[in-house]
Design a protein around this ligand. Structure first.
Ligand code: SAH
Length: 344
């Protein structure tokens, strides 16, 4: 029998197993402390557990299922890790240090089925959903084994669509947030979605204070259809209504991501259209100059055009920020996570 990764279990689930073995319940909490607080990956090292329990745990579970296959560090401190799963899929995670914070960019699927034209992550197609344990493996690796050995924020902006792997990702988020787990505040955890409306509706009822980012990237259906195939299923008007409903339900501001792509969506008319579309909504727009994807003819506009777009949008009364790309020299910047290893 293949051993299960223990990180798939909630504390309650482990307590049930421990008590079915007629061991004391509090040992489950001790196991969690070793894994999530101390970063231990070997049951034999859990010195405050009875030796018999350590043995039973080791017979049934493993603690980490990802093998590091490559690491790269950018001159700006961004570090990218490529892992191989036990069934030989490649998974990427990125550590992004900035003033006073370290953000982990986490993948939720091996490959991606959404095929956005500007994004390199899904070019090799979809493999499978990651398990809760694998998502947590990524997070704990960044926390314990990156150069900075720290993690204050989590963004689900790596490969894959978090809301297309809803149950596993939500379980991982609860563990990241839990005082028994990584104890990272919900407001420091961001889900980014290409706009899966049913997932957004479900998320609004979870009672979690996490951040929601929606990848918009266009202000009309014609343009969005061209670059995001999912727009044909969940078109803009429905998506914007869903965002308004999300705010109404959660009272949490939605952030819209808008990649500025030269010659496509970065003219002044688009800025005005975007402003009109979001009128009256408590939201924020994060403008992202496109990281070049040469094969797709995706390039950022000139700096002056980026500034013009930003100002035009500000004039419509929208909150706007401009994202600074990180990790460009190691292809870890957004949309550039690619599974080079599979190209062999
Ligand atoms: N599937 C989810 C999560 C992936 S994160 C989603 O679509 O939101 C996707 C984000 O990566 C985009 O919103 C954008 O911020 C970034 N991204 C993808 N390709 C990019 C590119 N070529 N240049 C800059 N940012 C890019």
């Amino acid at each position: 029998m293949q051993k299960e990764n223990i990180k798939n279990l909630s504390l309650k689930e482990l307590q049930e197993i421990v008590s079915s073995w007629e061991e004391k319940l509090f040992h489950a909490r001790q196991v969690f402390r070793w894994i999530y607080k101390k970063g231990i990956e070997d049951f034999a090292l859990m010195s405050d557990l009875p030796p018999g329990l350590r043995k039973k745990l080791a017979e049934r579970f493993i603690i980490n299922s990802l093998q590091l296959s490559k690491a790269a560090q950018s001159s700006d401190g961004t570090e990218k890790f490529l892992f191989e799963s036990s069934d030989h899929n490649f998974i990427e995670a990125v550590s992004i240090p900035a003033k006073g914070r370290v953000t982990g960019c986490i993948s939720t699927q091996a490959g991606c089925k959404f095929g956005c034209a500007f994004c390199a992550s899904g070019k090799l197609g979809f493999r499978r959903n990651l398990t809760t344990a694998e998502v947590l493996d990524e997070v704990l690796y960044l926390k314990n084994k990156s150069s900075v050995k720290k993690l204050t924020h989590i963004v689900f902006m790596g490969t894959g669509e978090p809301l297309d792997n809803y149950a596993e990702v939500l379980k991982a988020i609860r563990m990241i947030n839990s005082p028994d787990g990584l104890n990272i505040g919900a407001r420091r955890i961001t889900i980014s979605t290409a706009g899966l409306i049913p997932g957004m509706e479900k998320l609004s009822k979870e009672g979690l204070q996490i951040e929601l980012s929606v990848s918009l990237h266009a202000a009309d259906n014609k343009t969005r259809d061209l670059i995001m195939p999912i727009n044909k299923i969940y078109p803009l008007d429905n998506l914007i209504s869903a965002c308004r409903a999300y705010f109404k339900k959660t009272n949490r501001q939605v952030t819209f991501e808008y990649i500025l792509i030269k010659g496509l969506n970065s003219d002044l008319q688009s800025a005005q259209k975007l402003g009109r579309m979001l009128t009256g909504m408590d939201c924020k727009v994060n403008l992202i100059p496109a990281n070049p994807i040469t094969e797709q003819q995706v390039f950022p506009p000139e700096s002056k055009d980026i500034a013009l777009f930003k100002n035009a949008l500000l004039k419509t009364g929208i909150n706007v920020t401009l994202r600074k790309p990180r990790g460009k020299d190691i292809e870890a910047a957004c949309g550039q996570l690619r599974l080079k290893y599979e190209k062999r």
